[in-house]
Ligand binder design. Structure first.
Ligand code: NAD
Length: 405
């Protein structure tokens, strides 16, 4: 029996609160249900334009979890999810996504929505086979496939070689201030440039090779419905993060993902389908919290967008992606000149960026709160690990780390 407190060092939280994670997932579900009513969304069963059978790869946290929640609870879809999370035992905690999945499956069952979640390595062919077998067992074909994997490693299914991805600048070091979210101290951080095979290895992990393989396997197994759409998520970001993100190793991987979307699109066109990359907004995640400048930028972004009334988290982004981009009244998907869906439009709005510039220039350790929404980024950071979630009694002893009540 113990009370669980967050264990945080240098912006990394190494434990999760089971009840907090479940509650945070439930809050997202409540939002999806409220948006369904507010927007007057009709599910396919209600005669609406909506997905029926959705596969989410990377379903347990961040954008993937929000996508699964919106697909199910706003649009009424049955879902199969895949993620790779550490399972808890009675005495030892698991990773946040494990609890999120458990809460999702429980809520789906209560609402009469079908759901199966596989805790497997999505990069393996064994996982592809498992998902295909499940789809055949259900007697369904997928009409929406979301690819939302984010991982530091990937084993190539053919060669069994393990590749590692890194977030590094290319050509020269990249330095800048980082903020410690708990102490509110600023530290100078410097990331060294990519060396050796850092770029091809990062492309191998975070590029589009695996996404393409998924679609090929699903297509060969005939579990893709006519008109099916598939989406993978990307990021472009502001000038501050260009050297470490878009022009860095991860940016090369994202460019590969975007290029491969075109191959996948050509393959799906034959059955009236399409593949898209959706460029999403920057959010607080486990990896963004340890990259120089990013948390400072995020703090400013939250500050400015909250003031302007345009702030969004994962759930708001994906709600807008579904309603204003994917399932529109005229059934057309608005894209940019490169064929990408843009829901980072409010983040990159020139007036928002101009406002951020003013704040970024003026920040010091003494005046942080005049320029940064420190409470907002800290709450999001804690929330993704199940802490500081509204409606949770954190003084309550937890006797079973596998339970979410
Ligand atoms: P996340 O870390 O919250 O989620 C990653 C998911 O991938 C989890 O469900 C995890 O279990 C799963 N996963 C990792 N390795 C796996 C494996 N081997 N097998 C099965 N599942 C595995 O990440 P996120 O921030 O939601 O990012 C998702 C996508 O969105 C990424 O492509 C990312 O680049 C993109 N994106 C993120 C941001 C951001 O600020 N977070 C912004 C724009 C785009």
């Amino acid at each position: 029996m113990a009370v669980i407190k967050p264990m945080i060092r240098s912006n990394i939280c190494i434990n999760a609160h089971p009840v907090g994670c479940a509650k945070d997932t439930e809050h997202q579900i409540e939002y999806a249900i409220a948006q369904k009513a507010k927007r007057g969304i009709k599910t396919a069963k209600e005669g609406g334009y909506a997905p029926k059978n959705v596969l989410v790869l990377g379903c347990s946290t961040g954008y993937g979890l929000a996508s699964r929640i919106m697909a199910a609870f706003e649009y009424g879809a049955d879902t199969i999810g895949v993620s790779f999370e550490k399972e808890p035992t009675v005495n030892k905690g698991g990773t946040p996504g494990w609890y999120n999945n458990k809460a999702f499956d429980r809520a789906a069952a209560k609402s009469g929505l079908k759901s199966t979640t596989f805790n497997m390595d999505a990069y393996s062919d064994e996982c592809r086979k498992t998902v295909i077998d499940e789809a055949k067992k259900w007697g369904i074909k997928f009409d929406l496939i979301i690819y939302s994997l984010a991982s530091p490693v990937r084993t190539d299914p053919d060669t069994k070689v393990l590749y590692k991805s890194v977030i590094k600048p290319v050509g020269k070091p990249y330095g800048g201030w980082a903020i410690d979210m708990m102490s509110e101290k600023l530290n100078k951080l410097e990331a060294q440039p990519a060396e050796g095979d850092d770029i091809p290895n990062t492309v191998k992990v975070m590029g589009g090779e695996d996404w393409e393989r998924w679609i090929k396997y699903l297509s060969d197994a005939d579990v893709i419905a006519e008109g099916c759409r598939t989406l993978a998520y990307s990021y472009i970001g502001p000038k501050y993060s260009q050297p470490i993100y878009r022009e860095g190793t991860i940016g090369e991987a994202k460019k590969d993902l975007e290029a491969r979307a075109k191959n996948i699109d050509a393959c799906l066109k034959k059955i009236g389908g399409a593949a898209y990359v959706s460029v999403n907004k920057a959010l607080v995640t486990r990896s963004s919290s340890v990259i120089p400048v990013i948390m400072l930028y995020l703090g400013c972004l939250f500050f400015v967008q909250k003031k302007a009334g345009t702030h969004e988290g994962c759930k708001e982004q994906i709600d807008r992606l579904f309603a204003d981009r994917l399932y529109t009244a005229d059934k057309k998907v608005p894209v940019d000149s490169e064929g990408r869906i843009r829901i980072d439009d409010w983040e990159l709005d020139p007036s928002v960026q101009a406002e951020i510039d003013k704040h970024m220039e003026a920040i010091t350790e003494e005046n942080l709160r005049e320029h940064i929404d420190i409470d907002g980024i800290r709450k999001d950071f804690l929330n993704i690990n199940g802490f500081a979630v509204d409606g949770v009694d954190y003084e309550k002893d937890i006797s079973d780390m596998t339970a979410i009540d």
